[in-house]
Structure formats: structure tokens, C-alpha cells
Design a protein around this ligand. Structure first.
Ligand code: ATP
Ligand code: MG
Length: 216
């Protein structure tokens, strides 16, 4: 049976830019859902990502639709428009507050890769974040799965405020998928089939020079 604790449901929250969503994201969500016996994992594509001001991020609507395509076949996966529709830059606290409002009584588990966990917890109000959700850090090739450097902040927090888990290693990143698409190399099997086709249909990631070809 799924769902325990305060009579509410257990919801995973998988935030990301998802430009594009890839199998690393999906395995992370699936593995955490299994380990924590979650009722659902809600994928939340970012609106205007504040940590990625160094590059052009694809339109939110494209990232949202790729996330929908990638998750559609899993009955336990869903996608939220909460951050896509926000006009301002989103912080994780905002996302979590909105999800609480939409799912009263639910227990939230915020899922992040080892790399992103450190930055989320560095930049934001810890006390409030931990009131809103438990954090689950997942292993990611190339990054150390270690919260020793967070020990000072974690002192006095409940033991389960942050849990680190090993998941099957997929050395896939959205950056590498974009690079591949830009260079005409395949992204098959790195992202779901429907996402390969969406990237090609919308000419995402093609160099600016080729973008206007045959188009208005
Ligand atoms: P980019 O290269 O553009 O930063 P990304 O692959 O890191 O893209 P994001 O959308 O930035 O993807 O990541 C969303 C979340 O998924 C983050 O918490 C990130 O750490 C996690 N994540 C991404 N790829 C993996 C992977 N291969 N294994 C485990 N976690 C991952
Ligand atoms: Mg990233």
C-alpha cells in the first residue's frame, strides 16, 4: 500500500531545467519513488532558471512538453506547470509552497542529483526548506555523493531531513544532449524516443546560423 504519514500522500518532486529531459532524470525519479514508496512523482520544469544565466535556455513550453512526453507512459509520473507559469525567477521554496497548497496534507520529497543538492541548500533558507520537504540526494556520475560539507547546517535537523541514495549510474547530462544535437550526433537512447522526435521537429539546439533556414 502506498501513502503513509498524516493521512496524506507521499509525493516526490523532481525539479529541473529539463532542456532536454533525459534518462538520468527518469531513473532518478523512478528509483526514489520505489525506495520511498511514493504515490506519485511530480516533475517541475523551471521557468526562468536563475542558475543558468550563462546560456540561452529553450522556451519553457518546449521543456514542459518534452517532460510531458517523457513521463506520459508512467502512471505515477506527472508534470506541474507551477514554475513554467510563474513570471518571476523561481526558488525551490516557492515551488514547494505551491505544491503544498495544491496537495494539502501531502508529504513532499524533493529529489535532486548530487550536484544540484549542494547549490539548492547553499543558496536558500534551510530552515524553511526543511519544513516544506524532505530532501533526497541521488548519486550522479562525476559528482561526489557526500553531505559532509553540509554538516554544520544539518546539525539539529531531523535525521531524515536529507537522505543520500545510490542509483544506477547514467552518465547523461542535458548539456551533452544539446551538444550532440547541435553537432548532428545521435541522442537516441539518451532521451526517450518521443523526445528525440520533438527535438528534431522543433529544431531545438541547432546552431543559430541554421535556425532560420527555410523558415520565416
Ligand atoms: P544541464 O547539463 O543543462 O545542467 P542536467 O542534465 O544537469 O542539465 P538538470 O535539468 O539541470 O539536468 O537537472 C535536474 C535534476 O536532475 C538535478 O537535480 C540534477 O542533479 C539531476 N540529474 C540530472 N542528470 C542526472 C543523472 N544523470 N543522474 C542523476 N541525477 C541527475
Ligand atoms: Mg544541471
Amino acid at each position: 500500500m502506498h501513502g503513509t504519514g498524516r493521512g496524506g500522500r507521499k509525493l516526490g518532486v523532481m525539479g529541473g531545467t529539463f532542456d532536454p529531459i533525459h534518462h538520468g532524470h527518469l531513473v532518478a525519479a523512478s528509483e526514489v519513488a520505489h525506495r520511498f514508496d511514493l504515490d506519485e512523482v511530480i516533475f517541475v520544469p523551471t521557468g526562468q532558471p536563475w542558475q543558468k544565466t550563462d546560456r540561452q535556455v529553450s522556451p519553457a513550453e518546449d521543456r514542459y512538453l518534452m517532460t510531458v512526453i517523457a513521463t506520459a507512459s508512467n502512471p505515477r509520473f506527472s508534470v506541474s506547470r507551477a514554475d513554467v507559469e510563474r513570471s518571476k525567477v523561481t526558488y525551490t521554496v516557492d515551488t514547494l509552497r505551491d505544491l503544498h497548497a495544491q496537495h494539502p496534507g501531502a508529504e513532499l520529497f524533493f529529489i535532486t542529483g548530487a550536484d544540484a543538492l549542494a547549490s539548492i541548500l547553499t543558496w536558500q533558507d534551510w530552515a524553511e526548506l526543511f519544513e516544506l520537504a524532505k530532501f533526497v540526494g541521488v548519486s550522479r556520475p562525476g559528482y561526489e555523493l557526500n553531505i559532509d560539507h553540509l554538516a554544520d547546517h544539518l546539525r539539529g535537523m531531523p535525521d531524515d531531513a536529507v537522505t543520500m541514495i545510490e542509483i544506477p549510474a547514467l552518465a547523461i547530462s542535458s548539456s551533452e544532449c544539446r551538444r550532440r544535437a547541435a553537432e548532428g550526433r545521435p541522442v537516441w537512447y539518451l532521451v526517450p524516443d518521443g523526445v528525440v522526435q520533438y527535438i528534431s521537429k522543433r529544431h531545438l539546439y541547432v546552431p543559430a546560423r541554421a535556425e532560420g533556414d527555410g523558415n520565416v
